[in-house]
Design a protein around this ligand. Structure first.
Ligand code: SER
Length: 580
């Protein structure tokens, strides 16, 4: 049985419900491009909302992290990975959480205790030393030399704001050398395999920490890493997760993995991620913004590394590899089998597009680099704009020749470029170039106006049930028991446009939760909010609890148009709308 099945079986056997993996593109969180951890889709529940499956949950979650895209090609980094997790939502806490992890590792996976070590939270000015975890580990037989107390590494939060808490991290000794008596977390023969976070706090944007309504547990274990460890390989790509993909790339290229590791790993990793992004229900297609831009970069990098391996970029090498990947995962993720043709279509189209300019672009690149020891922003932008070279491709090619690229100059130029400038400002891509955009922010403000207009036109009982925003459109789910008539839709549209035209001021204020609710502010799940909340007011037409961000004045939204109104589920209708 593989790790995922063992994990789920074990946690189900001790009263956990398995929940399905959420899509890789978060449904209601325009502040991040992809789910980066198993807990991300569970934030509302960690904040106190009741989960329909109960208080003990487990899953494997599709995650994507693109901030260290440049590291792909080494033995351990991946852009896509699966995270195993178990959660207690106000049910068990440190004692059982540690016991369950211990039992799974030592009794199900049969890892000798000798090979394990842990860190626990040493305490800081706000939160005391976690003696409970420390003592629990001791009671389970771990020697005190194998329990390290640290502070900075033992406090976990996704980003800067949100549910958080101290954690205990479990390490495995991944080496044949003699195991040192005293555990040193900085000794890289010890690799972290599992993180148990005791989520009892909420950190707001000013860094203030308050208690959550319940004490939760959030744990996470990376499937790739632990599989490699269990199989005793030091290169993840030699584990059962990857080995047949690597073999296929060897077969297609007629080259050996040995000596071509970097390109083969990049092709394997990036194609797997491209399969998972393009099969996701969010319907992402390669583009120049947001998730679509990541997808584009991944596919283009695959093509360029295929060329390095002398694979014909016009052949269907990518489809063959993607098919194998789909076969490997289809029993776990139904959407990738269902959307197989979509994935192939995405790969084919992007390949055709890029192949048209790649050859010329590479020629141009050689010409440029023949006489120059660096590439300025204008030239990098020219390669991007004319030949479709993502800046990362230019820097990668330049890096191979030890040539510098003026990335800042490129970014400046990029921002000036009108269509792309809208995605350049908000920090969704850490360290990358394209970022989130003004468009998502506009759509976010538009959802507030739509919510308010529906209340006026359809009735005060309409409430938001969900929303999903991309740079291209908004989707808004709301409680309503009937299909909207054409008349209603028209009125809603007119009202939203009237408010946009009136150039209403969008104001942000902080107040205590009670006060906000009493003043009639709209909110989706009151329990999920901390005591002090942020409220966004738009003129005097809308007032909602919300974390933002929003535009400053409504006029910038342009023209609001409803594209579709349909049923979402029983008692819930869905509107798809665009800003023109
Ligand atoms: N959220 C924690 C992590 O990502 C545990 O799942 O490490």
């Amino acid at each position: 049985m593989n790790l995922k099945d063992l994990y789920i079986n074990y946690f189900v056997s001790i009263g956990h419900k398995q929940i399905p993996s959420a899509p890789v593109v978060p449904e209601n969180d325009p502040s991040v491009l992809f789910n980066t951890a198993g807990m991300q889709p569970l934030v509302p529940y960690l904040m106190g909302e009741t989960h329909p499956y109960g208080a003990r949950l487990c899953d494997y979650q599709k995650c994507i992290r693109t901030n260290d895209l440049d590291e792909i090609g080494d033995t351990t980094h991946h852009t896509f990975f699966e995270m195993l997790g178990n959660w207690s939502l106000g049910d068990y806490f440190k004692d059982e959480s540690i016991l369950y992890s211990f039992n799974f590792l030592t009794k199900v996976l049969n890892i000798p205790l000798e090979k394990l070590a842990v860190t626990v939270f040493a305490g800081n000015n706000d939160i005391p030393f976690d003696s409970e975890s420390y003592n629990k580990w001791l009671s389970l037989g771990l020697k005190k030399e194998r329990i390290a107390k640290t502070s900075d590494d033992n406090f976990w939060i996704a980003g800067d704001v949100g549910p958080c808490g101290s954690d205990t991290e479990i390490f495995y000794f991944r080496s044949n050398e003699e195991i040192p008596e005293v555990f040193d977390p900085d000794d890289d023969r010890w690799v972290e395999i599992w993180n148990n976070v005791f989520m009892e706090f909420y950190k707001d944007k000013d860094g203030k920490i308050s208690n959550l309504s319940k004490k939760n547990v959030d744990t996470g274990m990376g499937v790739e890493r632990v599989t490699a460890i269990l199989e005793g390989v030091n290169d993840n790509y030699l584990s059962s997760i990857w080995i047949d993909v690597i073999k296929l790339i060897e077969e297609i290229s007629g080259k050996k993995y040995n000596g071509n590791e970097k390109s083969m790993r990049i092709i394997a990793d990036h194609l797997r991620t491209a399969v998972f992004i393009s099969s996701d229900e969010a319907g992402i297609k390669p583009s120049n913004t947001d998730q679509g831009y990541i997808l584009r970069r991944l596919i283009r990098r695959v093509i360029r590394h295929a060329k390095k391996l002398e694979i014909d970029p016009n052949s269907d090498f990518d489809i063959k590899i993607a098919s194998l990947i789909i076969d490997k995962y289809k029993d776990y993720y139904k959407e990738i089998a269902k959307n197989k043709e979509v994935v192939f279509e995405v790969l084919k189209n992007e390949k055709t597009k890029f192949n048209k300019t790649l050859e010329k672009g590479l020629k141009e690149f050689s010409k440029i680099t023949k006489n120059n020891k660096n590439i300025n922003g204008d030239v990098a932008f020219h390669l991007y704009d004319t030949y479709g070279f993502p800046i990362e491709l230019t820097t990668e090619l330049a890096g191979e020749l030890e040539i510098e690229v003026d990335i800042e100059g490129f970014n400046r130029k990029f921002r000036e470029h009108q269509e792309l400038s809208r995605s350049a400002s908000s920090g969704k891509f850490k360290g990358g170039l394209a970022s989130t955009g003004d468009m998502e922010i506009k759509y976010h403000t538009a959802t507030h106006l739509l919510n308010a207009a529906l209340k006026v036109v359809v009735g005060p009982d309409v409430h938001q049930m969900g929303s999903n925003i991309t740079s291209e459109r908004m989707r808004f789910d709301f409680s309503c028991d009937h299909k909207l008539s054409d008349e209603e839709k028209k009125k809603v549209e007119e009202l939203v446009n009237k408010w946009i035209e009136a150039d209403l001021i969008v104001e942000k204020c902080e107040m205590n939760k009670e006060e906000a609710i009493n003043s009639g502010a709209e909110c989706m799940f009151i329990e999920k909010y901390p005591d002090i909340v942020t409220v966004y007011k738009i003129g005097d037409v809308s007032k909602e609890l919300c974390g933002g961000p929003h535009v400053k004045n409504t006029k910038v939204l342009g023209k609001f148009k409803i594209k579709k109104e349909e049923s979402s589920s029983s008692g819930v209708r869905r509107i798809k709308a665009v800003l023109l």
